[in-house]
Design a protein around this ligand. Structure first.
Ligand code: HAM
Length: 410
């Protein structure tokens, strides 16, 4: 048997219904805040992610599906949506539009990670990017919008972690300080962290081994090194969240797995998710547009995993599909009448299903009951129909031409 590749899954009809509901919430919540939907290509030039997400990140180093397009150009299945949206902003000259340009997406992304519950190799994200605003209100608004989305979806046990990464300059100075701190304690660090002290010392905060964790408890914190403007920006974001009654915890060790962040970073986690607890996150990326050769443009955004939001919401049974009319065939030669009746019913806005499996009449009625049909039209061979009300059990004889009207106005 040929199976779906490891870390991928099929979206079956019940799942599809839940996803549609989630998408409708995203469209309503983000649309009401002025976000327009964007869809970028599934693959992009590899360089976009190497430069945008950062050469030193796990995503670029180990998790990208990269291939040659046959003409010597390197392409990559998109591992995230922010760099592509920025590419589109530059390519379409969106800096000429009134700012900020607010865009949202619901798209699939690809990362070659070790699959487990909540972590897949193809997954979906709802994302939102506000490009062209440096205001702290933008950061706070995005956090509130994501909180609203998680609330609408019914995600349980949600907590918000918040921090600030400052400017690249502050971060560079802090990185040197942290490197010195880590080098002085190398023997107590895990091999993975030790090997990458110079490349990515911040990742040490993410380590799970006891030795590294012990060392990191005493480590210097970037949050204590912010310059006055960054500290003021962060204070304003917090104030807006406080005023709005949005609960959060300041987590100075919050490290996001992408290099483009500046100033505010945040992550929503859910207790019910287990190891993969991050349900959605984001932050400000004021330098990314220039990194991609665009005009200097401040920006902020988030993305939340569709599968993780649904996992965090639990698995309520999908509501049964609504079936107004099931068309049963008493004799095989009634098929033509039944076929036309199903089309007429659907044209009239009813949901109608025709018997397609060659069941006995008894079997057809049982099936109609199982799918929750409101009425069953039993088509005889003379164009006559017996219409059964499945709630009352009453049955009456009609002409096929009158069935639709009878179902619409019983
Ligand atoms: P991210 O934290 O890498 O951020 O991903 C956002 C969300 O996508 C995660 O919180 C998680 O719910 C989901 N996710 C990530 N990887 C997987 C996976 N392998 N399987 C299932 N779900 C996954 C970004 O991607 C940034 N582009 C967010 C952003 C937008 N920052 C600014 N604007």
């Amino acid at each position: 048997m040929i199976r779906a590749p490891r870390g991928t899954f099929d979206v079956l009809p019940d799942d599809a219904a839940r996803r549609r509901t989630l998408e409708a919430h995203a469209e309503r919540i983000l649309g009401a805040a002025g976000y327009g939907q964007i869809e970028t290509p599934t693959f992009e030039a590899t360089e976009l992610f190497a430069r945008g997400v950062g050469e030193a990140t796990d995503i670029v180093r180990k998790e990208m599906y990269t291939f040659d397009d046959g003409g010597g150009r390197s392409l990559t299945l998109r591992p995230e949506g922010t760099a592509p949206v920025c590419r589109a902003y530059i390519e379409h000259g969106m800096h000429k539009l009134p700012q900020p340009v607010k865009l949202w997406y619901l798209s699939s992304f690809f990362r070659a990670e070790a699959p487990q519950r909540g972590r897949y190799r193809q997954f979906w994200q709802v994302g939102a990017e506000a490009i062209g605003s440096a205001a702290p209100e933008t950061d706070a608004e995005l956090i509130v919008l994501l909180a609203d989305l998680l609330g609408a979806v019914g995600a349980k046990g949600v907590r918000l972690r918040l921090s600030s990464l400052g400017t690249p300059e502050t971060r560079a100075e802090y990185r040197e300080e942290l490197k010195l701190y880590l080098h002085a304690r190398e023997s107590r660090l895990s091999e993975d962290v030790r090997e990458r002290i110079d490349q990515n010392p911040l990742r040490a905060f993410d380590a799970t081994d006891p030795g590294t964790r012990d060392v990191m408890r005493e480590a210097p914190l970037l949050l204590d090194r912010l310059d006055p403007q960054d500290a003021a920006h962060f204070a304003q974001v917090r104030e807006l969240l406080d005023t709005g009654g949005v609960g959060y915890e300041i987590d100075p060790s919050l490290v996001r797995g992408l290099d483009y962040y500046t100033r505010t970073v945040f992550e929503f986690e859910s207790d019910v998710l287990g190891a993969q607890s991050g349900v959605g996150g984001g932050g400000r990326y004021d330098g990314l547009m220039e990194e991609l050769d665009g005009p200097a443009t401040p920006a902020c955004g988030f993305a939340a995993g569709v599968e993780r939001m649904l996992l965090a919401a639990g698995e309520p049974p999908a509501p049964p599909d609504h079936v107004d009319l099931f068309i049963a065939l008493a004799k095989p030669n009634g098929a033509g009448t039944g076929f036309e009746l199903s089309r007429a019913a659907r044209r009239a806005g009813l949901s109608a299903q025709l018997e397609l499996a060659g069941r006995s009449l008894k079997g057809q009625l049982k099936h109609a009951d199982r799918i929750g049909a409101r009425y069953v039209a039993i088509v005889g061979d003379d164009g006559h129909v017996s219409l059964k009300d499945m709630e009352s059990g009453q049955q009456r004889e009609l002409d096929a031409a009158d069935v639709v009207q009878a179902v619409r106005k019983p």
